[in-house]
Design a protein around this ligand. Structure first.
Ligand code: APR
Length: 233
């Protein structure tokens, strides 16, 4: 294998599954009992803001009862000990990578703990429920929405992510179904620019054929073993 200095890692809901956070595409096709179109689109928010705000308030409240698992912790250890470039891009809106200690981290789909002001466009940490209509700390208007990238919206920091994908030697995808673009296309960009590509997932993702290597199993077992290996090399 060629020398590795620069790593980009993409994570999805599967990495938090063993912590007890529900994945998006469960066997029933529902996310915590809702169709994704009813809670994760700008149209849903315009149609029924109370339902959408309550849904994200519940998701944020449920984070208090979950903890980072062995996979989050292993990636935080890699971040702390890896001397080369590293970027962890998560599609997850939970805070388990942050709480595990990852620093070189981008939440490309936003964060449950953040609010986006529809008046001034600023992002801020949310401590009160959206359903209580808290004021934006920047402009004082009561126009906060969940800081979540809904379907049809542009993910955060795509320029930085694309630059990292073009430069990386190794691209690793963990616990994502590969069903949602642009994240689903990262493997092809990284590979096109010469990276080795590895997937770790419970079962083959939609883009499995694009990876040089696929390891099937639980993130909580596969990721710590992979991190041990790469740090030992
Ligand atoms: N270890 C590894 N992989 C797992 C585990 C586990 N313990 N449990 C489940 N998985 C895998 C599933 O097999 C599935 O392929 O994780 C994947 C989760 O897929 P999704 O539920 O589709 O989640 P994700 O890929 O993160 O969704 C992408 O879709 O709804 C939008 O914006 C939302 O960020 C989300 C995006």
């Amino acid at each position: 294998m060629h020398e590795i200095n620069n790593i980009v890692i993409l994570t999805g809901a599967g990495i938090s599954a063993e912590s007890g956070v529900a994945t998006f595409r469960g066997p029933d096709g529902l996310w915590e009992g809702h169709r994704v179109e009813d809670v994760a689109t700008p149209e849903a928010f315009m149609r029924n803001p109370a339902l959408v705000l309550k849904f994200y308030d519940e998701r944020r409240a449920s984070l208090k009862g979950v903890q980072p698992n062995a996979a989050h912790k292993a990636l935080a250890r890699l971040d702390a000990e890896w001397d080369g470039d590293l970027l962890l891009v998560t599609q997850n809106v939970d805070d388990l990578h942050d709480r595990a200690g990852s620093k070189r981290l981008i939440h490309m789909h936003g964060e449950l703990s953040s609010g986006l002001c529809l008046s001034c466009g600023q992002r801020s940490t949310v401590t009160d429920d959206f359903s209580n209509d808290p004021a934006c700390p920047h402009c004082d208007k009561r126009t906060l929405r969940p800081d979540i990238v809904w379907f049809g919206e542009m993910p955060y920091q795509m320029d930085k992510i694309e630059q990292a994908l073009k430069k990386c030697d190794l691209f690793v995808s963990i616990g994502t179904s590969g069903a949602v673009y642009p994240a689903a296309g990262f493997v092809q960009t990284a590979r096109h620019y010469g990276a080795q590509t590895l997937e770790m997932n419970l079962d083959p993702s939609d883009g499995s054929l694009y990876f040089h290597k696929s390891r099937m199993g639980k993130a909580g077992e596969l990721v710590p073993a992979w991190v041990d290996n790469i740090l030992a090399d």
